[in-house]
Design a protein around this ligand. Structure first.
Ligand code: C2E
Ligand code: CA
Ligand code: CA
Length: 557
């Protein structure tokens, strides 16, 4: 049962019960007095029935109510009530005084018990609306607050709900341990409270805080901008400056006519868009919702598409520059949607990476690529295939076992497979990633670092990784040969690779000029549209056979 709902029910009863109980108490007290009188007087046991209204009063009205009804009950059965109606014998004063005192005590005790139970329930209610780690109010508290706002709305201000998320949570946890998260939440809370007047900060998810902002509708963007700037400032953790990578999603609360959950959901939708577009903040609009719905439904279709043959792998050659030989191929995913046409991997893979669907995608890519490799081997074409894998795959338990299972399925050796991993992936959870990479290395699988130079690669870790290739990102390659900065980066990356005893590959090679420049720099491999675009397997086979496995006779050199 939803705890908050349960407490709402309790509150409702708390308001309703005293109103109905009061006349009942009066009736019970009078009823017991009549019962005692008509059954012959106080000497018969019916006087004990007075406990009923006393205990009830204690439970409902607390100890004061219990004592009051105890005294009233004692008096009603007191001086005016005979011991025996038939003989007319009256009670001694100490007799009814003692009874009244005893009734008051019973009322007091039942009241104390009820007050204690009530205080405990109140504590439980407080707990149900608190995040245990940080002590901040949680999602339920936000919902309650929003629903209360809707009752007392309209004080002239425009209210916004903003959600702030930490993007580098996993990284922080792996570098500093779990403690850093709670600390970061508390410090973020302090920062938010400094930045926003009239603030309330809620922890709505482990890596997410929500805050209500009162602002002029037209000044919202500048408020969000300065908020984002303030959040950029590093946090202090054990005297170390820690950078918190934050994003924000925001929604206007307007007429407060929607359910509280809907507002949070909208702010979170805007947050997802901010994450996808790598923007500091995004304000919700109905168009955003329909776009994300489309994306989500696209993901829903992806699983079916993998089975129905709409998704396939295309292959792009990697050329060994000194010999001009085609050295290997990179497998890249293509989705030919029946109504939307060709959907580029950038439109569905990053989103799939946020769910377990990425495991299915990677398994599909591996399975298809290895199957294709076997088919090529049967035609006398021996080319290792490189498959892109994502962070989640390396953190997925038993990933290397799955890879081994697929290699065995096609009777292929580990050295026929290359896995391209992005830098960011390596930094997410260093120890687990290292363990998994070591297992893959044991299988002799080639590991390369994709998009090198774009992530936060720590050179310190690079040498401890079992990698064979640095794949220099195309953003540098594209600026060659004119851009001196890009040329220096390439040169440094190639030197670094060689000093580490591994090889360098440049991707995104589109012109002969760049190819030659890379050759002069001593780069080992090149990949790009100049040699070939990614091609369906059949077309790649023709391309390969036509050039006899050597780029030199194809590109016009
Ligand atoms: P990536 O791994 O960096 O792949 C290189 C991208 O650059 C590919 O885009 C490729 O088609 C494109 N490319 C190759 N040569 C050139 C060139 O000379 N000029 C230009 N402008 N582009 C070139 P694509 O196929 O759209 O893939 C985009 C990204 O999607 C890939 O980047 C990779 O991160 C991801 N991806 C693609 N297939 C898979 C897959 O099967 N699994 C996973 N996890 N990710 C995939
Ligand atoms: Ca790649
Ligand atoms: Ca790349």
């Amino acid at each position: 049962m939803n705890k908050a709902w349960m407490f709402e029910e309790l509150d409702y009863h708390k308001r309703l019960i005293p109103l109905t109980v009061l006349p009942l108490l009066v009736l019970l007290v009078i009823g017991v007095a009549l019962l005692v009188y008509t059954t012959g007087g106080i000497k018969y046991v019916y006087s004990h029935s007075m406990y009923l209204p006393i205990v009830l009063a204690g439970l409902v009205f607390g100890f004061k109510g219990g004592i009051l009804v105890g005294v009233v009950g004692g008096l009603v059965l007191g001086p005016m009530m005979p011991i025996e109606v038939a003989s007319g014998e009256m009670q001694a004063t100490k007799n009814w005084l003692y009874r009244t005192g005893f009734f008051a005590l019973i009322g007091f005790l039942s009241g104390v018990a009820s007050d204690a139970a009530r205080a405990y329930l109140k504590h439980l209610k407080w707990l149900a609306e608190r995040d245990s780690e940080s002590g901040l109010p949680n999602r339920q508290a936000l919902f309650r607050h929003l629903s209360e706002l809707s009752r007392v709305k309209d004080d002239g201000d425009v209210l916004f709900l903003a959600v702030v998320s930490f993007e580098n949570l996993v990284e922080l946890k792996s570098s500093f341990g779990y403690g850093v998260i709670a600390k970061a939440v508390v410090q973020l809370d302090q920062k938010l409270s400094q930045c926003i007047e009239d603030r309330e900060v809620y922890r709505t998810a482990p890596e997410q805080l929500a805050v209500l902002i009162k602002a002029d509708e037209h000044k919202l963007n500048s408020v969000l901008y300065s908020l984002a700037e303030d959040l950029q400032e590093p946090l202090k953790y054990e005297n170390i400056s820690v950078h918190l990578d934050t994003r924000m999603g925001c929604v206007q609360l307007g007429e407060l006519s929607e359910k509280s959950e809907t507002y949070l959901q909208r702010a979170e939708t805007a947050l997802i868009v901010a994450q996808e577009k790598v923007q500091d903040s995004v304000v919700y609009s109905p168009e955003i919702l329909s776009a994300t719905r489309e994306n989500v439904s696209l993901l829903g279709e992806l699983k079916k598409a993998l089975r129905s043959g709409e998704v396939s792998m295309h292959y792009q050659p990697k050329i060994h520059i000194p010999t001009s030989q085609v050295h290997s191929v990179e497998a890249l995913m293509r989705w030919q949607h029946p109504t939307l046409g060709n959907i580029p991997p950038g439109n569905f893979i990053p989103r799939a990476e946020q769910s377990t669907l990425i495991n299915t995608i990677t398994e599909f890519a591996l399975d298809q690529s290895l199957q294709q490799q076997l088919a090529w081997q049967e035609q006398g074409i021996h080319l290792p295939v490189a498959v892109n894998i994502s962070t989640r795959n390396l953190l997925q338990p038993g990933f290397s076992d799955k890879v081994l299972e697929l290699l065995n399925k096609y009777g292929l050796k580990g050295e026929n497979l290359e896995l391209e991993v992005t830098e960011g992936a390596l930094m997410m959870d260093m120890q687990r990633t290292l363990d998994e990479l070591a297992k893959l290395d044991d299988l002799k699988i080639i590991i390369s670092i994709d998009d090198f130079g774009t992530g936060y690669s720590s050179l310190q870790y690079l040498h401890s990784l079992p990698i064979s290739l640095l794949k220099i990102d195309q953003c540098f390659v594209r600026r060659l040969p004119g851009d001196a900065g890009a040329a220096h980066i390439l040169e440094a990356a190639i030197t670094l690779a060689h000093k580490m005893g591994i090889r360098a590959i440049a991707e995104g090679v589109e012109t002969l000029e760049v190819y030659d420049f890379l050759a002069d720099l001593g780069c080992d491999f090149a990949q790009g549209y100049l040699m070939s675009r990614p091609l369906p397997a059949k077309h790649f086979t023709s391309w390969y056979q036509q050039c006899n496995g050597r780029y030199a006779c194809w590109g016009g050199i």
